[in-house]
Design a protein around this ligand. Structure first.
Ligand code: FE2
Length: 274
C-alpha cells in the first residue's frame, strides 16, 4: 500500500501597491518605486522554494500612464521569465483597467452597473482564487465600492466553490470593512463593505481568507468567521494606530512581500522584507 502523502501547499507571493511612475527614476514620497518592484520580483524569483504564482493586489501604477505598465511588464519578463511563475493583477484605485487588460490580459467583465470590471477566478493546484475589482468611477477616491452585479457574480462564484468543497482565497484591493483607524475607515475602505461582508460571512466555509492591499500595512481583522488580511506595500508602509488622525509614513518597517501558503487544511501567511 502506498503511503498517504500530504498535498503540497500552493504557495503565492502577494505583492502590492508598487505605484510605478512613467520612468525608472520616477520618485514618490521619497522612494523610487521601480527599484522597489524590481527588488521584490528579484527576491521572489530567487526564493529557495519556488512560488506557484505571484498576485499583485493593486496600484501597480501611480499615474495610469502606459509607460508605467510597460515598465512593469519589462520587469516581469526580465525577472520571472526563467521561472515560468504566472503573475495575476488586481485593479487598484491608481490603476487603469484598460491598460491592465491590454498589457497583462487581465480578464474583465461588463455589467449593467459597471463597464470593464476586473473580476475573475482561477485555480492553481487545489486552490481557488477569486479576484474582485473594488474600484468604481462614481466613488470618492480612495474609497472603494462593489456593485450589485459584482456581488451577484461573487455569490455565484462562491456557490461553485461551496459545491466543489473548495475554500477560496478572495482577493480585493481596498480593505472591505472598518479596521479601527478613524482616518483609514473614513477614506480607504469599501463604502458598501457591509454588503460584501454579509455575503462573505454567509459563504464563510468556502472563504479561506480575504487578502487585500491599499493600506500599505500588514493588518488583520477577523469578523463572523471571515479573516481579512491586508498585505504591506513593496514600496512604503503607513502607520495606522487607532489614535492617529492622519496618515504618516512608517520610518521603520521596510518594503515587504507576503508569502501566502495554502495547504489543504489551513492557510498561512507571513510578510518578509524584500
Ligand atoms: Fe490603493
Amino acid at each position: 500500500m502506498k503511503p498517504h502523502l500530504p498535498l503540497a501547499p500552493v504557495r503565492c507571493a502577494l505583492i502590492t501597491d508598487s505605484h510605478l511612475g512613467p520612468s525608472r527614476d520616477s520618485e514618490l514620497h521619497g522612494h523610487r518605486p521601480y527599484d522597489r518592484l524590481r527588488q521584490a520580483l528579484r527576491t521572489i524569483a530567487e526564493l529557495p522554494t519556488a512560488v506557484d504564482l505571484v498576485l499583485h493586489c493593486g496600484d501597480l501604477s501611480q499615474d495610469r500612464s502606459p509607460e508605467s505598465y510597460a515598465l512593469a511588464h519589462e520587469l516581469v519578463r526580465e525577472l520571472l521569465r526563467d521561472t515560468g511563475v504566472p503573475v495575476y493583477f488586481l485593479m487598484g484605485n491608481h490603476d487603469s483597467v484598460e491598460l491592465l487588460h491590454r498589457e497583462f490580459a487581465v480578464p474583465v467583465r461588463t455589467y449593467p452597473d459597471k463597464a470593464m470590471s476586473a473580476d475573475f477566478s482561477f485555480t492553481v493546484g487545489h486552490q481557488r482564487f477569486v479576484v474582485l475589482d473594488s474600484w468604481h468611477a462614481n466613488t470618492h477616491d480612495p474609497l472603494g465600492f462593489v456593485t450589485a452585479s459584482q456581488l451577484v457574480w461573487l455569490e455565484e462564484t462562491l456557490g461553485e466553490s461551496t459545491a466543489a468543497g473548495e475554500k477560496a482565497v478572495v482577493c480585493v484591493h481596498h480593505a472591505p470593512i472598518p479596521t479601527g483607524s478613524p482616518w483609514l475607515d473614513a477614506n480607504m475602505i469599501i463604502t458598501n463593505g457591509e454588503d460584501l461582508h454579509r455575503l462573505l460571512a454567509r459563504y464563510s466555509p468556502a472563504v479561506g481568507i480575504v487578502v487585500h492591499g491599499h493600506l500599505h500595512r500588514a493588518m488583520t481583522v477577523v469578523r463572523d468567521g471571515v479573516v481579512y488580511a491586508g498585505a504591506p506595500s513593496v514600496v512604503w508602509q503607513y502607520l495606522w494606530e487607532p489614535w492617529r488622525t492622519e496618515p504618516e509614513q512608517d520610518p521603520l518597517t521596510p518594503p515587504m512581500y507576503t508569502l501566502l501558503e495554502c495547504f489543504p487544511d489551513r492557510i498561512q501567511l507571513a510578510a518578509y522584507p524584500i
